[in-house]
Design a protein around this ligand. Sequence first.
Ligand SMILES: [Cu+2]
Length: 137
Amino acid sequence: MNRRQFTTLLGVILVTSAPRVAMRAQEATPTSTQETTIRMTARKYQFEPPIVTVKQGARVKLVITAADHDHGFKLEAYNIDRKLPKGVATPVEFTADKAGTFSFNCSTFCGLGHSKMKGQLVVEAASATGSGSGSNP
Ligand SMILES: [Cu+2]
């Protein structure tokens, strides 16, 4: 009885710890390019978050879900114009190779406030000197 319980317990431990070991192995893999995944929501008449900040050179993946209506994501500076069908998590991938502040907007007419549906992409220059985030006390 005890032996049987112990074997069962051991089995449970092995099964539950296996995914964790696999995840650790994945984390240990070095990545040359920085990857940034940002989840966003589009709804009348705003993007959330409205300001997205990434580092220059990063491989950026925005996963945008239109919550209430079909919307669009247009980031002219990066030649991106993607439809965001309602309820679908739409991936928008690009490499942030240009530093600066770029505005993006909704490109699918969604109502009276459509033209005000905007946000900003801030690409921080890779060569920025100083203390990085600039949060000096
Ligand atoms: Cu819209």
